[in-house]
Design a protein around this ligand. Sequence first.
Ligand SMILES: *Cc1c(COP(=O)(O)O)cnc(C)c1O
Length: 362
Amino acid sequence: MLPYFGPRFGNSASRSHRFGWEAEKAVERARERVAELAGATPREIVFTSGATESNNLALKGVLEAYRSQGNHIVTMATEHRAILDPLRHMERLGTRVTVLPPQPDGLIDLDRLREAIQPDTVLVSVMFANNEIGVVQPVAAIGAICRERGVLFHTDAAQAFGKLPIRVAEQAVDLMSFSAHKLYGPKGIGALYVRRGVRVAAQIEGGGHEGGIRSGTLNVPGIVGFGEACAICAGEMEQETARVAALRDRLLAELQTGLDGVAVNGSLQNRLAGNLSLTFASVTADALLASVPEIALSTGSACSSATPEPSHVLRAIGLSAAAARSSVRFGLGRFNTEAEVDYAACRLIEAVRKLRSLAPVP
Ligand SMILES: *Cc1c(COP(=O)(O)O)cnc(C)c1O
């Protein structure tokens, strides 16, 4: 990325000189790398500022472009705020939104999805993998249902991209959101995959960049970093998934051996390798996190940590407010080691035992 902040500072939209061409070449190379990881073609990739923007563009842009065909969207209660908040806004402006509850394991009920699709349905938006509980939805099956019923399918793949094999054509996806910082790229850059032939009304206008769908001078260094991150993930996804899943399983085994009352939230089979969401009976997650400040853990999602309410995802899969407040999210990744897992498990066992002895909850 560094040369594009300095010696190669060209604007990729400048067509009349070498500096612009150089930047444009770097952007197009990155676009190829992003497309490659998704099984898409470069022309189907629209760069944005991240998955929040991509989600907003997909939902608002598709509903606007297909207004003559209907005004109904189907989604799930466990979606990220970057889906649920724009939908609430759209609802106030007249869009009909059906929010499906997940099954207790976090997965979508495909029969309920079939029932929810109505003649005025334009779009189904169901995330690929959940950011809090890591549950991976049956995306290809959802895509097949949408194709059969003639509605468009958008999936927020911020958590899945670079971690799970993604082939947009085989999975029958029409629109897909990506975020670079979720796959070790820079923050503030992402993309929306828009299948060829799908119409999206621009939500940011001015200059006609990105095929007129998303105007504004491109973030060249960010895009270059995003492309590089995709290429690295493509090369190591298979080995990394196996390695990280083994670390995750080790962490769970150690915690469940050392403690009673440790429950896994959401399906363990259909889950991202690096995710573990656990409820520790009789302790609050806030107290637990405060007693191990050297370990980077979180309660719900980093994106909504400003709101004190218990996680809407955990509530949607059936946890009580108290159980949701006793839940901790673990994220394991590329730079974690066995020694770190053992250290974290040891410190957490110690901390949970201490908290339980201090304030025993019946
Ligand atoms: C992180 C995340 C987002 C938001 O992505 P940004 O690039 O930070 O805007 C959206 N959806 C999911 C599932 C995420 O994990």
